[in-house]
Structure formats: structure tokens, C-alpha cells
Design a protein around this ligand. Structure first.
Ligand code: AG3
Length: 271
């Protein structure tokens, strides 16, 4: 019998993976988590029916959520990752030789399962500079201060992550950031949810002087066209040379990823 996992992208569109086996399935107090072994994409992490990462294409997402903000900062030393309990964003942050990386993940099951089954992302936890806090990211952000870069690596804006896409949260983040700090956030796809993408951009623009949307091609996320936003009170431009290996990101992509297709400009009223 063939086993398939499909994520519904809309009521009428889905992406399916043929599955070799289910590795583990856990219902945590927050969400429903599956790890599968697929035929074509290696290990697959699914939360509440949505693809979080696959072994084969996670590099695109993790490089793109991390390197643009990190290279926009002249000297990022203290980094906060909100969500990101799989460890993939922390792995990319470590390429910049930071002093401290704090991963604030609400669901300890995500950390446990990633450590057990997804070493290609969770190996970052072996680095003593990486500190894991099992806590609500908003409570942590209200209390802690002085981060050079904050990366919001959450699930979609429904369920536990919903509050991470609100104006109230962005207001707290202003105080969590050190002067000159930068934030990045994954914000969905403009193909199926243009209002979500534009909403993040609009809310961030109320709190920060400079906000840009940027894109990456992620084959296993809905539509494959994924949006991120970057925000700061300093102009968004690359301030350091890259001196580490990557498989997707490069200095040209820093700029080209911020060029918006017309349908996105129109939807978000951007020039
Ligand atoms: N977090 C963003 C996943 C969003 C995917 N959405 C979807 N498939 N509908 C990824 C976590 C990786 N660190």
C-alpha cells in the first residue's frame, strides 16, 4: 500500500509526498507533529498539517531568513531566534561567529524530535553559544533586551504563532532590539495569502523606518514562492562581505530577492 502525506494549500490545491515511513508522531500541548521519511525529499517535519522543513530544501529557507538580516548588521553578536525549535536558523547564524544565540521555542517537543531525528538542523544545539529557552517568545521578548538581530522563524499565522504577526508584538520587539538592530520574519506566500504578506509589511512599517519584503524559491512550501520581511531603523543594505559557504544565498541574491514582482507591488501598495 502506498503512503502519502499531502499539505492542502487551498481547499482545491495540495502538494503530496510519497512516504517511505512515519518516523514519529506526537500530539504536544500546542500542536500535532509528524516526522516522515519521504522518497524524494529526505526527512520531512510537519506541524498541524503544514510542511515546516524537508531535508532536501530546508537550506533555502534557513539561509534566506538568516543571512539578509545578519549581513545588514555591521557586527551582530547577540542573536534572538523566536520559534525555530528545529535548530536550522541557529545553524546558519553560527556561520557569522556570534557571541550568543538564544532560541526561544514554545514547544519542547519540536526541540526533542529535531534532536532525535533531524541532526542536519539540530546539530547547532551542540554549540555552547546556542541557548534554548522553552518559553513563549512574546514573554521572553518583553523581558530581555539588547539583541542585534531578531529572527522570527515561526509557523503560519494561525494557532500558537498568530500573536507573532501582530502590531503589539512588533512594538515589544523595538525594545528587545539593541540600537541599530534588525529583524527578519517569514511571512507566507503572496500567491495564496497576499493579505498576510502585506499585513506584516504594513504593521512592521508602523514600528520601523525601513521595511523590505524579499522572496525565495522553496519547492515544498505552498506555491514555492515564499516571502520574508526585514525591518530596521537603519537603511537596509549589505554591510559586510560573506566569508562562509552557502547553497542558495549569495550577495547578488541579497539585492535581487528584494525586487518585487508587479502583482506584489500592487497588492501591498509598494513602489
Ligand atoms: N517555519 C515556516 C514554515 C511555514 C510553512 N508553511 C506552510 N507549509 N504552510 C519553518 C520552520 C523551519 N525552521
Amino acid at each position: 500500500m502506498e503512503l502519502w502525506f499531502s499539505e492542502m494549500h487551498t481547499d482545491n490545491v495540495k502538494l503530496g509526498f510519497r512516504i517511505r515511513r512515519e518516523i514519529e508522531h506526537v500530539r504536544s500541548p500546542y500542536q500535532d507533529i509528524h516526522i516522515f521519511e519521504t522518497y524524494d525529499y529526505g526527512k520531512l517535519l510537519v506541524i498541524d498539517g503544514t510542511v515546516q522543513l524537508t531535508e532536501r530544501d530546508e537550506f533555502v529557507y534557513h539561509e534566506m531568513i538568516v543571512h539578509p538580516p545578519m549581513l545588514t548588521h555591521p557586527d551582530p553578536k547577540r542573536i534572538l531566534i523566536i520559534g525555530g525549535g528545529d535548530g536550522g536558523s541557529a545553524r546558519e547564524v553560527l556561520k557569522h561567529d556570534p557571541d550568543e544565540v538564544h532560541v526561544v521555542e514554545i514547544d519542547e517537543e519540536v526541540v526533542r524530535l529535531s534532536r532525535k531525528h533531524l541532526p542536519f538542523v539540530a546539530r547547532s544545539y551542540d554549540d555552547p553559544r546556542v541557548h534554548i529557552h522553552i518559553e513563549d517568545g512574546i514573554e521572553f521578548a518583553k523581558r530581555e533586551k539588547n539583541f542585534d538581530v531578531i529572527i522570527i522563524d515561526s509557523t503560519d499565522p494561525v494557532g500558537p504563532a498568530e500573536k507573532l504577526f501582530s502590531g503589539e508584538f512588533y512594538r515589544y520587539l523595538r525594545n528587545t532590539l539593541a540600537p541599530g538592530g534588525i529583524i527578519s520574519q517569514q511571512c507566507g506566500t503572496p500567491v495564496y495569502h497576499p493579505e498576510e504578506v502585506c499585513n506584516v509589511h504594513a504593521l512592521l512599517s508602523r514600528e520601523f523606518r525601513y521595511v523590505r519584503l524579499y522572496f525565495a524559491y522553496i519547492p515544498t512550501y505552498p506555491s514555492g514562492m515564499w516571502a520574508f520581511s526585514i525591518a530596521s531603523d537603519e537603511p537596509i543594505r549589505i554591510r559586510r562581505k560573506m566569508d562562509f559557504p552557502t547553497r542558495y544565498f549569495n550577495e547578488e541574491i541579497y539585492s535581487s530577492s528584494m525586487v518585487l514582482p508587479n502583482f506584489v507591488k500592487e497588492k501591498c501598495h509598494q513602489e
